[in-house]
Design a protein around this ligand. Structure first.
Ligand SMILES: O=C(O)CCC(=O)C(=O)O
Length: 268
């Protein structure tokens, strides 16, 4: 009987169409259940990677513990720059996981949108889709990101997939929202602004599709499973304009990436 009740509660709490209640005991319980389930996945992913299970480190500021955690992973490279905290980890995800994610993106993609639109209809021409954290494959990727960064999933937006066909791009932008922008309250009123970005390439288009960080003169080429992680702030917590980046035009083939953004306050 108790098992059946727990199973019903679990189903309700993790169902993708069920929103987390906005307050009270129920909200606390649903969040606790989600957290426990996520942590079990982190543990499983961690064990299969041979990583030890480490504590969660919050929303991304202060950033030093996150930086130390990321650097403790074998194979992580820090891009040398005094302006920007940017890491690269090649082959972070296996080709199998990447393939599964591409399928998920294809199932949900729709035209990408832009906050604070600037009148340039060709600014962001890709397609976008949110991936359900209730999908075990997506949960595994979420858990791997937690394992790498220590960023607490409570502060994370759902993973977003992007697809770029030939000629599509995302021109220069920062991932944080401009505090003076017309959309600031709409996007940041509850969870605050973005702290860290984690982006993973799922495939390699035949030509084009690199990510360019103009302020530090760095171009990163897509590779299956390659991860980028950067702090959208300076170490003192102020927003960092040197994070300006663009998804360059795909010249041949198709490009797929996933992006996971973290916020100052819990995401809901
Ligand atoms: O696709 C890329 O290379 C960059 C994607 C990006 O900048 C974004 O989604 O914010």
């Amino acid at each position: 009987m108790r098992r059946a009740r727990a199973s019903i509660i679990n189903r309700i709490a993790f169902h993708p169409t069920v929103a987390v209640p906005t307050h009270g005991m129920l909200r606390f319980c649903v969040n606790a259940l989600r957290w426990c389930r996520h942590w079990r996945t982190v543990e499983r992913a961690g064990k299969s990677d041979g990583m030890s299970i480490l504590p969660l480190l919050g929303s991304g500021h202060p950033s030093e513990p996150i930086v130390d955690r990321i650097l403790s992973h074998p194979g992580v490279q820090r891009v040398p720059s005094p302006k920007l905290t940017l890491f690269i980890n090649r082959a972070f995800l296996s080709p199998d996981l990447c393939e599964g994610l591409v399928e998920r993106i294809d199932a949900v993609r729709r035209p990408s949108t832009l906050s604070d639109p600037n009148g340039d209809a060709s600014y962001r021409t890709s397609e976008t889709g949110d991936l359900a954290g209730t999908d075990p494959l997506v949960a595994e990727v979420e858990a791997r990101i937690t394992g790498l960064t220590g960023l607490d999933p409570v502060f994370g937006e759902p993973i977003q997939g992007q697809r770029y066909a030939v000629g599509q791009e995302f021109k220069g932008h920062t991932d944080y929202f401009e505090p003076t922008g017309i959309d600031f309250d709409r996007y940041c009123g509850v969870a605050g602004n973005r702290t860290w970005t984690v982006m993973i390439y799922l495939n390699e288009p035949e030509a084009g599709g690199a990510t360019r960080f103009k302020s530090i003169d760095k171009i990163v080429q897509p590779e299956v499973g390659k991860l980028l992680a950067w702090n959208n702030r300076r170490p003192d917590g102020t927003l960092n304009p040197a994070t300006l980046h663009q998804g360059m035009k795909v010249r041949s083939g198709t490009k797929y990436v996933i992006t996971k953004w973290f916020r100052e306050r819990p995401w809901r």
